[in-house]
Ligand binder design. Structure first.
Ligand code: MRU
Length: 354
């Protein structure tokens, strides 16, 4: 049986969010962190789709990896009848779980291609499981390559402070991180003074996940309210804002967690570098610009309440888009495992991604 990649201990990463067991998938329930470390066991694609929708697992690469395992589970537990129809239906259900992160559709497309090549259920069970593990392994390898490219690109001559948004770490990826992978690598090379982590309202990925993940691994982190980012940059300590992405379009526009766009505007005003770190599975060259990206809006309850505690008048109208689009013109560098696009535009994107 192909095993889940185990990056953790070797690279000083104390966190794993996805465990594959061949006939089941375990996901660390990220809704309960940092209070409780609870694992959910799934044996079918419906449960995986639900877990993606409900944010048990989140972060673009982790969503893609989980969906791939979901397809593998669909084959593993297919009934005796029309197994092809069952797997196709599972792929449809997984595709409907969340709309913005293109890694989900990218991973499902890869799985679907393998599925179409299979002549028997037996073959599908084996090959789909293998493909899902490969997707997981490749994401982890991409994390390491991006960390190398980014640190080489920044070339800091002394330890620097950086600011990040949302959670882009081991919890959100194959096991190391995109933006947080770069931050981990800076720390490994003793080039990190400290990380400011935006709390990332409304879901609080920054305070609940990033601060937890970094504290566990002994990486110097300071948590701040989102609204403090301007004041932090004005002090002049921060050299780079480093974030992840959910979808990058052909002109270099980037959809990422709501609040990313404001950070890019602030960074430009304060002459702070703005870097996006994402694997090529996040690049969607089929979309011309960020205006074409479907932006997920979630329940207003996420803004009105925190864990059942009401913070706003009952029934108040809420606007809750969970991603925004940062125009390429505000981005200094997009770092992928294939290399760096400096001052991204359509020419630079085409040169790297065809
Ligand atoms: O809603 P989420 O938590 O899935 O959003 C996550 C983000 O926006 C991340 O920044 C992005 O997916 C990159 S994760 C490596």
């Amino acid at each position: 049986m192909a095993e889940t990649p185990k990056p953790s201990s070797e690279h000083g990463v104390g966190t794993v969010a996805i465990r594959w067991h061949g006939n089941s998938l375990e996901l660390l329930d990220q809704r309960l962190l940092p209070g409780e470390e609870h694992w959910i066991t799934l044996e079918g694609a419906v449960g995986v789709a639900q877990s993606i929708r409900d944010m048990v697992v989140r972060g673009a690469p982790a969503i893609g990896i989980s969906a791939a395992y979901g397809v593998a589970l669909a084959a593993r537990h297919a009934g005796g009848g029309d197994w092809k129809a069952e797997i196709k239906q599972s792929i449809r259900e997984l595709a409907a779980s969340r709309p913005t992160a293109v890694n989900l559709f990218w991973a499902l497309q890869r799985m679907e291609q393998v599925f179409h090549e299979c002549h028997s259920l037996d073959e599908a069970v084996k090959r789909l499981a293998k493909e899902a593990v490969t997707i997981h392994q490749e994401d982890l390898a991409a994390n390491f390559a991006m960390a190398d490219h980014a640190v080489e690109f920044m070339a800091p001559d002394k330890p620097i402070s950086v600011l990040t948004h949302c959670n882009t770490g081991a919890l959100a990826t194959g096991g190391y991180g995109t933006a947080l992978g770069v931050i981990r690598r800076l720390n490994e090379k003793k080039l990190l003074k400290e990380v400011f982590a935006d709390e990332t309202r409304p879901w609080l990925q920054g305070s609940r996940l990033t601060a937890w993940e970094l504290t566990r691994d002994g990486i110097p982190v300071t948590l701040n309210a989102d609204g403090a980012a301007a004041a932090i940059m004005a002090r002049g300590d921060v050299r780079w804002v480093i974030v992840g992405a959910d979808r990058i379009t052909a002109n270099g526009d980037v959809a990422n967690k709501i609040g990313t766009y404001s950070l890019a505007v602030l960074a430009r005003h304060h002459k702070v570098g703005f870097m996006v770190v994402a694997p090529s599975s996040t690049v969607d060259m089929s979309l011309a610009s960020g205006a074409d990206i479907p932006i997920e809006e979630r329940d207003g309850l996420e803004v009105r309440e925190i864990r059942g505690i009401r913070l706003a008048p009952e029934g108040v109208k809420v606007f809750n888009p969970v991603f925004d689009v940062t125009p390429a013109s505000l981005i200094d560098a997009i770092v992928t495992e294939k290399g760096v696009v400096h001052n991204p535009n359509i020419t630079g994107m085409r040169a790297l991604f065809g």
